[in-house]
Design a protein around this ligand. Structure first.
Ligand SMILES: NC(=O)c1ccc[n+]([C@@H]2O[C@H](COP(=O)([O-])OP(=O)(O)OC[C@H]3O[C@@H](n4cnc5c(N)ncnc54)[C@H](OP(=O)(O)O)[C@@H]3O)[C@@H](O)[C@H]2O)c1
Length: 264
């Protein structure tokens, strides 16, 4: 059984691929540089990417909340309607992401949706790592709690939904085990890395100036995510990891300790 992994070179996709391969399943990595190439903006690449595939994991790029996602996912659902399992990585508390989920399911009702909280790996592999290494992270977010989720837990959960029976059409909300503010998270990272790192809340306008050079739609997306996701709506824990894996999610402190080399 071959699993197509859209976003297979990204934070979650490469973890999902590694786990499936370790279990003896074959994978096809969905990437604009893959063989064959796969590009959300070029639907003519989708049929070849899905040829001979029986399951799919979808990490939509650049973000499941962008305006193009519902249309693309509805079309992808049609192209993938024959697959035995489809798992979509979605976001928590995002009406736009829910539109994208519904669009996929309109043509592929067997799809499983994983609504994930923010990944701890945003600090070690993503947007924030360079600022942490320079010793100061400044973001337009205040003292709100977020249950950061380890991308390894997300990948374990995604693999369970793909290889086990009983997850078709289901929705799971996945969070880490503890609410931390961004200041708390930076404090734990500084502690693990053994270096001084400060966190500062800045206005959206101040933050936008630090994204100088980024395309306007990317700046708008990032500002929208900070504005909408961290108003308190996601400041609660959910049980998706335990429901799917029968164990608790990994705590942020364990993540920070395991990734301390990323910030040295
Ligand atoms: N970060 C979070 O905290 C978080 C939390 C919940 C949900 N999410 C959702 O997670 C998804 C992103 O997943 P991720 O973090 O695993 O990925 P990621 O690390 O952001 O990597 C992006 C992936 O998408 C591919 N990609 C980029 N543009 C593409 C295009 N036009 N067509 C096809 N592939 C493209 C990239 O591959 P190539 O560059 O090789 O093409 C790469 O594999 C988004 O939908 C986001 O909404 C993120």
């Amino acid at each position: 059984m071959t699993t197509f992994i859209a976003g297979g070179t990204g934070k979650t996709g490469r973890r999902v691929a590694a786990r499936l391969e370790a279990l003896g399943h074959s994978t096809r990595i969905g990437s604009r540089n893959g063989t064959p190439p796969f590009d959300w903006d070029r639907p003519d690449t989708w049929d070849a990417a899905l040829d001979g595939v029986e399951r799919a994991y979808i990490a939509y790029a650049p973000d499941v909340a962008v305006p193009s996602a519902p249309e693309h996912l509805a079309m992808f659902g049609k192209a993938a309607a024959h697959l035995s399992a489809i798992t979509l990585l979605s976001g928590r508390g995002e009406p736009q992401a829910q539109e994208a989920e519904a669009a996929l399911r309109s043509n592929a009702p067997q799809s499983t949706v994983l609504r994930a909280s923010w990944f701890a790996q945003n600090f070690s592999e993503g947007l924030f790592v360079d600022d942490i290494v320079t010793g100061r992270l400044a973001l337009p977010v205040g003292d709100v709690g977020e249950p950061f989720l380890d991308a390894d837990d997300l990948a374990d959960a995604a693999v369970a939904t793909l290889v086990e029976k009983g997850h078709a059409g289901r929705l799971y909300e996945l969070t880490g085990p503890r609410l931390l503010s961004f200041a708390d998270a930076v404090h734990e990272i500084a502690d693990a890395a053994g270096r001084a790192v400060t966190f500062q809340t800045v206005t959206p306008q101040e933050y936008a100036t630090t994204l100088e050079g980024a395309p306007p739609d990317v700046v708008e997306l990032v500002l929208m995510l900070f504005r909408e996701l961290f108003d308190g709506r996601n400041a609660h824990l959910e049980t998706g990891v335990a429901d799917l894996l029968g164990r608790e999610p990994r705590d942020f402190r364990a993540f920070a300790q395991a990734n301390r080399e990323a910030w040295r």
